[in-house]
Design a binder for this molecule. Structure first.
Ligand code: SF4
Ligand code: SF4
Length: 149
């Protein structure tokens, strides 16, 4: 069981398994295809998702086996926080790692409210699966999620 407001009193590497999982806001932004400009390392997000993402619920279709099925999947753990560089600025792990507060719309903050704004920050129903596009045209799908929030 996750303790109340554990994210305020513990560092990321002190969280237990349930707390670690509860911190994820399920926005799905870590599951969209990202592109890197090799000349200057600029990172671009797209609105195309990994084939294992359920684009409606925004959940991984096989979370337990994700790394086996999608070797490129970034499995964030307390031991590979350098991977946070890839994560969106709204990512709860990134925010806590940088000593920032969770936003008002985060599920842990909104737990008791029915009026969550989460849809605005989630990729659910706003992405196309990589299996449904011509991946040679992936640059056509570059998408600025932060601009949409
Ligand atoms: S970006 Fe961060 S908070 Fe959002 S789903 Fe991925 S790991 Fe969870
Ligand atoms: S395998 Fe699952 S968790 Fe990993 S990127 Fe794909 S949908 Fe996301």
């Amino acid at each position: 069981m996750a303790n109340q407001k554990f994210w305020k009193s513990k560092k990321l590497n002190e969280l237990n398994h349930d707390e670690w999982e509860a911190l994820c806001d399920n926005c799905g932004k870590c599951c969209v295809i990202k592109l890197i400009n090799e000349k200057n390392n600029e990172l671009f997000y797209t609105n195309v998702s990994c084939h294992l993402l359920d684009t409606n619920s925004c959940k991984c279709k096989d979370y337990e086996n994700r790394k086996k099925l999608v070797p490129d999947c970034v499995k964030l753990t307390p031991k590979n926080l350098s991977q946070l560089d890839w994560m969106p600025n709204t990512c709860a792990y990134k925010l806590i790692h940088e000593g920032k507060e969770l936003p008002d719309w985060h599920p842990l903050i909104q737990k008791t409210s029915k009026d969550s704004n989460m849809e605005k920050y989630s990729v659910a129903k706003r992405v196309i699966s990589e299996k449904d596009i011509n991946m040679e045209k992936i640059t056509d799908y570059i998408f600025d999620w932060e601009k949409e929030e």
